[in-house]
Design a protein around this ligand. Sequence first.
Ligand code: ZN
Length: 462
Amino acid sequence: MRTILLLTAALAASAQSIDWNKVNAEALHHLQAVVQIDSSNGNETRVVDYVKKVLDAEGIPSMIVSRDPTRANLIARIKGNGSKKPLLIMGHSDTVKVDAAKWGKFGPFSAALDGGYVYGRGVIDDKSDLFAALMTTVLLKRTGIKLDRDVIFVTESGEEGASNFGIGYLVAEHWNDINAEVCLAEAGGVTRRGGKTVYATIETTEKVPRGTRLVATGISGHGSRPLRTNSIVHLTRAVEKISMWDPPMRLNDTTRTYFEKLASISPPADAQYFRDLLDPAKSPAAREYLAVNEPTYYSMLHTSISPNIIQGGFQSNVIPSEAIATLDVRALPDEDMPAFYDLMRKVINDPTVQVVPTARGGGERPIPPPSSITSDAYRSVEAAFREVYGVPVLPLMQTGATDMAQVRAKGAQCYGVGPMVDEEDGPKGFSIHSDQERLLEEAVYKHLQLFWKAVTSIAASK
Ligand SMILES: [Zn+2]
């Protein structure tokens, strides 16, 4: 209890010296500036140059390191007394591509502020974490707050499919410069529904992309004489079987806690589905409901399979001897892939269709164990979310993949955070990776508060 009081007092003292109105204006300015830099096709070095200028002006040394000079990464460090191992804070500088014609009134690199939103590619993913980590680094330097551990700020390139330039390169060539016990990065966040904040999530683990193909072979021939052995016929039958299959459900600490907590804060009808998952008699029906109505939740239950590319044939009167389906397989972190592929073969039950593991390109991600949901760092991030937003906090297994995979694989406990977003923005097409992306202006300031509270709670001397 005494420690808690002292801690609160220390944080209050350091926060008093911060003029938050001024800092919020700076934070918004930096967010807009980095969104206005087009890094949708690489060119992250231009973002890094901006970030370096901001750090230089504060007297914070930084280093720029790269595998490709146009796709640079930046590393900066605020020193602590070394009694604890460092905290790494990250925000990636690249974004997914844009279809500029779909952006309506505000262009993808406008960073326009309108009606309480900032518009632009990357304004959430992931330039929100980038500006928040940058401002937190600046504030640590300005306040001179005493730290038990170094805080390392990294903005990395290539997160969206080219991590060999970014985190893959940093972990392989510069691990000593970013070696940390704890890290904060993207992929959690706060959900608002009908203008009311409902819950926050902290990402503690993620599914693992596993490149996979189905290759069907048959006898070729003249299209006027249909063959039951046609490779397209066998492939499409296999694709349908594997896509309608309900793979074995397996929860881990994160997903079990997630669904329990989700049940406790959901409307009764929804809550019942989450509770039914744990009842062997009711679970199949609940899973079928989620498969149709809540694909994200359904994907969290098991290793998932989505057929996303199909190829076969080259002329309408030729029966093709080969047809290929490219699957997006997302494995649970502890999946035994050879055993899972064997299960797939049993479901397909067709000797003419092979299940073939493939590389995905752009940098494979390792498969680390989930980060702890009972560590001091987790508790600190959880407390920071509660304090800033006043909502329940759920641990999250992300169905996508992030750069935390590489950092977790080096033994760090990584926690994914993120800003507040309106649930309604998803169906409206304003979410991450959509044709348009926007962030609540209020979320900019709250996200900086969250970052500041989490970082000082994990790293400041008590
Ligand atoms: Zn991202």
